[in-house]
Design a protein around this ligand. Structure first.
Ligand code: K1U
Ligand code: ZN
Length: 169
C-alpha cells in the first residue's frame, strides 16, 4: 500500500469534474486501498479521488469511532435528498486547518457500486450524510470553501499560499 499526495486548495486540479468508472480494474482496487490508507493516515472521515489527482468518480469514507469500517462508493449518485437542511462545521483535507459552516440536506439516499461492482443503496443521516455530500461535491470539482463568501474564500486562499510558501522553504 502507499500514501497518496493530497492536492491543496487553491490547486486548480481540485475543480476538475470526475468521470464515471467504466470498469473496476486491478488499478482501481489498488487506488481504493491507497485512498483508504491515506484517509486514515490523515485522520479524515472521507476522501474523494479528485483530492489525489485522479479524476474518476470514487469516494472512500469511514465515520465510525473505531475507524475500522471503510466504505467505498464508485459512481455514486444522490437519488433522494431530504428537503430540510442543516448548517454544520466542515473541514477538508485539501484545506488544512480551516473549518467553516456549510448548509447540507439532513438525509440523503445514494446509489453506488461497491468495490466488487455490486450496486448498493445507502440511506445516510447525521455525519455520514454530510460527508457523502462533501465528497460528492469534490467529484464535481467543488470544494466546501466555494460555499463561503468571496471575502472568506480570498482570506483562505491567502492563508493557503502562505502555508505553501512555508512548506517549500
Ligand atoms: O474530503 C475531505 O477532505 C475529508 C473531510 C470530510 C468531511 C469532514 C467534515 C465534514 C464533512 C466532510 C475530513 O475528513 S476533514 C477532517 C476531519 O477528520 C473531520 C472534521 C470535522 C468533523 C469530523 C472529521
Ligand atoms: Zn474535502
Amino acid at each position: 500500500m502507499a500514501l497518496l499526495n493530497i492536492l491543496c486548495y487553491p490547486d486548480p486540479r481540485l475543480h476538475t469534474v470526475a468521470k464515471p468508472v467504466k470498469e473496476i480494474k486491478t488499478e482501481t482496487l489498488t487506488l481504493i486501498e491507497n485512498m483508504i490508507e491515506t484517509m486514515y493516515e490523515s485522520n479524515g472521515i472521507g476522501l474523494a479521488a479528485t483530492q489525489v489527482d485522479v479524476h474518476e468518480r470514487i469516494i472512500v469514507m469511514d465515520v465510525s469511532d473505531e475507524r475500522d469500517s471503510p466504505m467505498v462508493l464508485i459512481n455514486p449518485e444522490i437519488i433522494w435528498a431530504h428537503p430540510d437542511r442543516v448548517k454544520g462545521e466542515e473541514g477538508c483535507l485539501s484545506v488544512p486547518n480551516t473549518y467553516d459552516s456549510v448548509e447540507r440536506a439532513i438525509e440523503v439516499k445514494v446509489k453506488a457500486l461497491d468495490k466488487s461492482g455490486t450496486l448498493q443503496e445507502i440511506h445516510a443521516t447525521d455525519l455520514l450524510a454530510v460527508c457523502i455530500q462533501h465528497e460528492m461535491d469534490h467529484l464535481l470539482g467543488k470544494v466546501f470553501v466555494d460555499y463561503l463568501s468571496p471575502l472568506k474564500r480570498n482570506r483562505i486562499k491567502t492563508k493557503m499560499h502562505k502555508l505553501q510558501r512555508e512548506v517549500n522553504h
